[in-house]
Design a protein around this ligand. Structure first.
Ligand code: DC
Length: 229
């Protein structure tokens, strides 16, 4: 298949990373999880005891942070000032802080630059909120992957139950709604579905079905690139 870049945007819990990872593995592309980068920055500010509402301090501290990405056995690891923080960023606290601090220009400018650099010389499947709209506006395939709030909350609830953690469905649903609202309504690069994107609603689809649909889009994009259309 001819080389192409694939952008997958969508709200929290829609299954972006699961799908993007699987597609990248099938195509032998590099998977770039941009949310992990925002989470790593959030971890730095949390550890430094900075309030997520304190834009001035957060902006000033951006220069102290170096985010790196490495692939170990095919798995993306995120480094915060040379420390592998991959194991510390998957908490609700870090996710909520990442959503809050991602509204600031200093944070976004830093990470968008890094993301573009990573994609410049590679074939990538990149997931996030602003990939098709800002980071890779020329991506060959643009997918807006979504699912109903109920379904996303149910998936998150099941994950908690499986890992033996206590949780409350209504609270999870409310947190998802709040995160959606913040990610979609911020002034700076909000989550949007760009006109050219294919909307995939995964509420009633299996992972394999979603992958198949996106792989078909990738095949069509590669074929038209090959034929110079
Ligand atoms: O996808 P995630 O849950 O790991 O992302 C955490 C937060 O990071 C998300 O709520 C908003 C922010 N984010 C962003 O603003 N832009 C991206 N491209 C990716 C994530």
């Amino acid at each position: 298949m001819n080389n192409i870049n694939i952008a997958i945007d969508g709200p929290a819990g829609a299954g972006k990373s699961t799908i993007a990872k699987k597609i990248a593995a099938e195509l032998d592309y590099i998977y770039i999880d941009t949310g992990a980068m925002y989470r790593a920055m959030a971890l730095y500010f949390l550890r430094a005891g900075v309030q997520s509402s304190d834009e001035e301090t957060i902006s000033a501290k951006c220069g102290e942070i170096e985010i790196g990405i490495e692939y170990l056995c095919g798995v993306q690891h995120v480094f915060l000032n040379n420390e592998d923080v991959s194991g510390f960023i998957r908490t609700d606290e870090v996710g909520a802080y990442a959503s809050a601090c991602s509204v600031y220009s200093a944070v976004r400018t830093k990470l968008v630059e890094l993301q573009r650099k990573l994609a410049a010389n590679e074939n990538v499947v990149m997931d996030g909120r602003d990939i098709a709209s800002v980071v890779l506006p020329n991506a060959d395939v643009k997918v807006y992957l979504t699912a109903s709030v109920e379904e996303r909350a149910r998936r998150r609830y099941n994950e908690y139950v499986l890992s033996g953690q206590e949780c409350d469905f209504d609270r999870i649903k409310q947190e998802i709604e709040e995160r959606d609202y913040r990610d979609m309504h911020r002034d700076n690069s909000p989550l949007v579905c760009v006109e050219e994107a294919t909307v995939v609603d995964s509420s009633d689809m299996t992972i394999d079905e979603v992958c198949e649909q996106i792989m078909n889009l990738a095949k069509v994009a590669a074929a038209s690139k090959n034929s110079g259309i």
